[in-house]
Design a protein around this ligand. Structure first.
Ligand code: GLN
Length: 478
């Protein structure tokens, strides 16, 4: 078995035919991690015994006739999603040593489908960042070029899948953290509609934006994972009651013929990396050649999206991260004299620089004197951004855009926070509008770095986005 070539679907088919067992699959995964992770640093921890025990259980169920597509499939889990009995650090010193006491709903669902959730992958601390360099524990490398970042914040998820150290992974996306690393590493990343997947048990960054989603080697696998993940959850009041389609079935007969694809003119501006522009242009031509109708559309408030995001996301983060106080769980300072200094010192010692920057910014924009000027205004502009998309989806089925302005950059290359923030220029608007969006591989630069394109859909048209992504994938020859 060549672990690095397998997909979820092909592994499931091989196991159903008895070509190998889940125990053998998991052993091959552990061997791949042993061989490669010294270079990639995708994983933070791995519950090996737990993985082998879950695989043996999956093999027993298969022998008893269970044919669930995820049975015995290992899934790498971003280290902010709680899995009972496993560490959950959010790549932060403040949660070092913390062990989860319960399963997040997405984990409970994966386990119910027979999946093996044992490997914990690296990320930017509390999902704040675009390179995984903000992790307190390790610098994950891009499998296509070890001197480069895998993107972020779900960089460990992307590197593990692209580097042959996982079949598939869960990531989270607040402003682009599934899609940008997927693009940097040449894999598929899907951010579902806001409310489509439960966040219960997923450490909150910015609650009006966060979504969990699959990161996979192809679109079919993303659909298979979505079938397990999607749906309402009584533990998460923000999940929608909207009926859940069969995402895998929706891919049948996927075609670009007659699909109306919108090209938002604000996304095709000067300043993008030349090679990214070339790849995206080639993708557009390929869609047109395959019979799609390409339509120019306008999303006039795009230019404000970044500013709006960097008010709303830090504001929500500052409130969400207030729970890390050295009292209830996580790091507790040994140098405190009273409750206030316990609180301040624990946070000062536990949080990294970027997290502190966001808390300060968020606290500022929420302070009574500035609330209306910043937070209130940002929410109004957010509504305008949402309306732009609504208007566009009256004319087209999906939108096609670049994922990020550049391919993967070098470790240490982006030192100032603003240039790092610019990575999410093209992913943030769909996050603010709560829309489903996928990053799909669209070839490589002359230097061999992957470039992705993004498909964005109307709310709860997740299946349409995956269908367009699958059709595009087929045109690319996959
Ligand atoms: N890079 C963006 C940020 O730092 C988005 C992160 C995310 O989607 N979690 O906030």
């Amino acid at each position: 078995m060549d672990f690095s070539k397998l997909t979820v679907a092909s592994a499931a088919a091989a196991m159903a035919k008895g070509e190998f067992s889940s125990a053998e699959l998991v052993s091959a995964l552990l061997a791949a991690v042993d061989t490669r992770d010294g270079d990639l640093h995708a994983y933070l921890t791995f519950d090996r015994d737990g993985a082998l025990a879950a695989a043996a259980e999956a093999d027993r169920k298969r022998a008893a006739g269970d044919r669930s597509p995820l049975l015995g499939i290992p899934v790498a889990i971003k280290d902010l999603i709680n899995v009972a009995g496993q560490p959950c650090t959010c790549a932060s010193k403040i949660l070092e040593g913390y062990v989860s006491s319960y399963d997040a709903t997405v984990i409970a669902k994966l386990k119910a489908a027979g999946a093996v959730c044992a490997g914990r992958v690296n990320m930017d601390e509390f999902a704040m960042g675009s390179s995984t360099e903000n992790s307190a524990f390790a610098t994950t490398r891009n499998p296509h070029d070890l001197s480069r970042v895998p993107g972020g914040s779900s960089g460990g998820s992307a590197a593990a899948v692209a580097g042959g150290e996982a079949l598939c992974a869960l990531g989270t996306d607040t402003g682009g953290s599934i899609r940008q690393p997927a693009s940097f590493c040449g894999i598929v990343g899907f951010k579902p509609t806001y409310g489509r997947v439960s966040r219960y048990g997923v450490t909150a960054f910015a609650s009006s934006l966060d979504q969990v989603g699959p990161m996979t080697r192809d679109v079919t696998d993303a659909a298979l994972l979505m079938n397990a993940l999607a749906g309402p959850d009584e533990h998460d009041g923000t999940t929608a009651l909207e009926p859940v389609p069969d995402f895998a079935k929706a891919l049948e007969g996927a075609s670009l013929k007659g699909l109306r694809i919108g090209l938002p003119k604000e996304y095709f501006v000067e300043g993008n990396d030349r090679e990214v522009s070339l790849r995206v242009r080639a993708a557009i031509d390929a869609c047109a050649a395959a019979g799609a109708e390409m339509v120019e559309v306008s999303l006039p408030h795009t230019e404000y999206a970044m500013a709006v995001y960097y008010i709303i996301a830090p504001a929500e983060a500052s409130a969400n991260l207030a729970r890390f106080d050295g009292v209830r769980y996580g790091h507790r300072s040994a140098r405190s004299e009273d409750v206030l200094s316990l609180y301040c010192r624990s946070r000062a010692e536990g949080f990294g620089q970027e997290v502190k920057r966001r808390i300060i910014l968020g606290t500022y924009v929420l302070s009574s004197g500035y609330y209306d000027a910043y937070y209130g205004r940002a929410q109004k502009v957010r509504t305008l951004i949402r309306r732009d998309f609504k208007g566009a989806f009256e004319k087209v089925d999906v939108l096609l855009t670049p994922v990020a302005p550049t391919p993967a950059f070098k470790v240490g290359e982006l030192q100032d926070p603003l240039s790092m923030y610019l990575n999410d220029l093209f992913t943030i608007p769909a996050s603010l509008a709560g829309l489903p969006a996928a990053s799909v591989p669209a070839g490589q630069t002359a230097g061999g770095l992957p470039v992705g394109v993004q498909f964005i859909g109307a709310p709860f048209r997740d299946a349409d986005v995956l269908r367009a992504a699958r059709a595009f994938e087929m045109v690319q020859g996959a």
